[in-house]
Ligand binder design. Structure first.
Ligand SMILES: Cc1ncc(COP(=O)(O)O)c(C=O)c1O
Length: 509
């Protein structure tokens, strides 16, 4: 037997003590980052070319000291990020990685378990079962139904709609596919405010965007059930096959909630799958004053909620629930020989509920966050965001030069800068004059948002609704305070006056 020669240099990982020392230094830097986060611009306006140039070095051949990598991370990476965890981040939907969630991510990577099947990660699968139940209770979905943690709401909608499609067992799409044969035209219904992930799911499922029917919404941007019924009837007469309705609780533009009960009645009457996209709105059910008037999520055959949006848990974690027993597994269960395991009573193989095989230990961060704050602590924090949003909305309403073009039951404020003189002129204006006024107000608001974001003090985003271009302020970061929102309101007013000075209105021309 030849003797095995040791490699001349140490090929292993860092010594655990070196890891600990670097880890302590990193934690110190993260603490400092949070202590001074308000001094940091929320966004960076460096050009892509310049930014890539900062990092565009030859592939490192030799090891570099970690301290220099860490230093460059702080000097070059962090200043050029959009800081989603900043208390003044109000764009899209404001989110938070809370400290217990951040620490959990460190442990998740340290353990690096793969929660494919029960055997590959028993405690990860057990915790997934438990946190799914806890969150179902929080949102008002039956806790014993099927559920799975995945990486985002877009994929959740895709998975739910795949299961809805396969429920049409006469079509046998899972085995025979969609090509090379004639099958009825499958139709999806959703509101004109629903997220683009519904269209993406239709693309990926072979249903096609032409078969996504966008149902009109009312003055509050909620789907109109009578229009849904009308559309379904007309499709049935044409021989089309209604496959699913997607209702939204917390629409992306205005945070509206579709009327789930009448929509569910229509679905039940026609035997259509109801998927509820509650990615943003679902966890607001934790707040008693929201829950009192909330839509009933338990009516959904499937429901998606995003703990990485509202539940203070770092990206990426989404929960998909499905009360059609085994429907997700009937679509996605496919077990090759090497993954065959002996089933134990109560074991769940979470790979059966989605396309993803390798799955990180997402449940741990939810378990830590939920236990660290408790249901009450989570609800209190969300309630505070809601209080700040209500305060801002009331200030906007009182101001002569601003309006709220839409209201949300959640902590999202939609506003539009419309100088009083324009509001007065609008009342007397002809259709043609109104078009010019609207265009002017759109320009004002685009400029206002651009100036606001250029300031670096905050970051907000926009939406376009029937009234036109509007600014959205989403409030939900765990560190956001009353003072932050007061300063933001002050800036909006000051910048509103400034952009108006530089943009002559149609009334002055
Ligand atoms: C209502 C709604 N649904 C779905 C999504 C997609 O979420 P994700 O980024 O988790 O795929 C979003 C994104 O903001 C959303 O606003």
């Amino acid at each position: 037997m030849t003797e095995l020669q040791s490699h001349p240099i140490n090929l292993g990982d860092w010594d655990p003590h070196v890891f600990e020392a670097h880890g302590q230094e990193l934690l110190r830097m993260i603490r400092d980052h949070f202590e001074h986060i308000r001094d940091l611009p929320v966004t960076s306006d460096i050009s892509p070319k310049e930014l890539i140039g900062l990092f565009d070095k030859p592939l490192p051949e030799k090891p570099e000291p970690f301290s220099s990598t860490l230093d460059e991370t702080w000097s070059k990476v962090i200043p050029h990020l959009t800081h989603w965890n900043h208390p003044s981040f109000h764009a899209y939907f404001s989110i938070s990685a809370s400290f217990p969630g951040i620490l959990a991510d460190l442990l998740i990577s340290s353990l690096n378990v793969n929660a494919m099947v029960w055997q590959s990660a028993p405690a990860a699968s057990a915790l997934e079962t438990v946190v799914l139940r806890w969150m179902a209770e929080m949102i008002g979905y039956p806790p014993s139904e099927d559920g799975v943690l995945i990486n985002g709401a877009s994929l959740a909608t895709f998975y739910a709609l795949a299961a809805a499609r396969d429920l049409h067992s006469d079509l046998n799409v899972r085995t025979e596919g969609l090509t090379g044969r004639t099958i009825p035209r499958l139709r999806l219904y959703t509101s004109d405010q629903a997220h683009s992930s519904v269209d993406k799911a239709a693309i990926a499922l072979g249903i096609g965007t032409q078969n996504v029917v966008r149902v009109p919404t009312d003055e509050n941007y909620r789907l109109i059930p009578a229009k849904l019924e009308e559309t379904i009837q007309s499709d049935l007469q044409r021989g089309y096959r209604p496959m699913a309705v997607v209702a939204t609780v917390g629409t992306t533009a205005t945070g509206a909630a579709d009327p789930v009960t009448p929509v569910s009645n229509i679905c039940q009457r026609h035997g259509i799958w109801l998927h509820i996209d509650a990615a943003y709105g679902g966890f607001w059910n934790l707040v008693p004053e929201v829950r009192k008037n909330a839509e009933d999520l338990s009516l959904g055959d499937s429901v998606v909620v995003n703990p990485h949006k509202c539940l203070y848990t770092p990206l990426e974690v989404t929960a998909l629930y499905c009360r059609r027993k085994d429907a997700l597994a009937n679509t996605f269960r496919l077990v090759p020989e090497y993954l065959q395991t002996v089933k134990k009573d109560g074991s769940i193989d979470y790979m059966d509920f989605s396309l993803q095989l390798g799955r990180s230990f997402r449940a741990l961060k939810l378990w830590w966050v939920i236990r660290s704050f408790g249901r009450e602590g989570l609800a209190d924090r969300m309630q505070e965001s809601l209080r700040l949003a209500r305060w801002l909305a009331s200030e906007v309403d009182k101001h002569p030069d601003f309006i709220c073009p839409a209201t949300s039951p959640f902590a999202l404020v939609c506003l539009r800068y419309v100088p009083q003189s324009i509001q007065a002129a609008w009342k007397q204006a002809t259709e043609e004059q109104r078009a010019a006024l609207r265009q002017y107000v759109d320009q004002l608001n685009k400029k206002l948002l651009a100036r606001l974001n250029e300031s670096g003090s905050t970051f907000a985003s926009h939406g376009v609704i029937r009234d036109g271009y509007m600014i959205r302020i989403s409030i939900g970061n765990i560190h956001t305070t009353e003072d932050d929102i007061q300063k933001l309101w002050q800036m909006l007013q000051e910048l509103g006056s400034k952009v108006r000075e530089n943009l002559p209105s149609p009334l002055e021309q």
